[in-house]
Structures are given as structure tokens and as C-alpha cells.
Design a protein around this ligand. Structure first.
Ligand code: AMP
Length: 112
């Protein structure tokens, strides 16, 4: 896949406001937050989009959700939303898989 800004953040080559990192994942604050808390969780492994994850990425995908929960709880959220935009038509603009963690205000449904 093509390299992206998130790949550079994952490799420590670009700056981000990191809130968590481990050997598999990095979490950082969104540059254009849509809520008081808006954090992105990405795998260090370059996967362009959710639908391109392979069968052997199953544990990694689970880990991303565990990290999403951890950073939400660390931000003192009691309710929050996780979002994965898969493809340009769904709003994906950076083609390195990322999980949005959004909270800190009432969240309506359905999303736009
Ligand atoms: P998506 O539209 O699902 O691809 O989400 C991409 C998100 O990445 C958007 O919410 C952007 O505001 C955010 N974003 C883009 N570049 C950066 C960056 N360098 N650091 C933090 N967030 C970013």
C-alpha cells in the first residue's frame, strides 16, 4: 500500500499528540477533532483499510478495539463511539486503517 501520514506517525517519523503506544498500535489525538475527545488508533502494520485486513490480522483487529477502549477510559469517557470508515465513499481520507474514538458530547444516531 502507499505510505501515508499515519504510516509515518506509526514509525515515529512524523509528530503526533500520542496518548498510547505499544508494539502493535499507536493512538493519537485527531488534528481536526469532531468532539471533545477524538482519538485515532492505528496498527503499526500498514493495512490500507478494514476490508483489506487478512485472516491472520484477526488478533491485531481485536487489539485495536482493546486499545480503543483503554484510551476512552483513560480519557474518563463513560460512553463513546468507535468508527471505522472503510473507503472514500464512507468518508475514509487516510488509507492506513484507523479506529476513531469519539466522545465527550452527546452523539446522535444515525451518523451523517
Ligand atoms: P478518515 O476520514 O476516517 O480517513 O479519518 C482521517 C482522520 O485523520 C481525520 O479525522 C483527520 O482529521 C485526521 N488526521 C489527518 N491527518 C492527521 C494527522 N497528521 N494527525 C492527526 N490526525 C490527522
Amino acid at each position: 500500500m502507499a505510505d501515508t501520514i499515519f504510516g509515518r506517525i506509526a514509525r515515529g517519523e512524523a509528530a503526533a499528540d500520542l496518548v498510547y503506544e505499544d508494539d502493535q498500535a499507536v493512538a493519537f489525538r485527531d488534528l481536526n477533532p469532531q468532539a471533545p475527545v477524538h482519538i485515532l488508533v492505528i496498527p503499526r502494520k500498514p493495512i490500507a483499510r478494514l476490508s483489506e485486513a487478512a485472516a491472520d490480522d484477526e488478533a491485531l483487529l481485536g487489539h485495536l478495539f482493546r486499545v480503543a477502549t483503554r484510551v476512552a477510559q483513560d480519557a474518563d469517557l463513560s460512553d463513546w463511539r468507535v468508527v471505522v470508515n472503510d473507503g472514500a465513499g464512507a468518508g475514509q481520507s487516510v488509507f492506513h486503517l484507523h479506529v476513531h474514538v469519539i466522545g465527550g458530547r452527546p452523539l446522535s444516531w444515525p451518523p451523517g
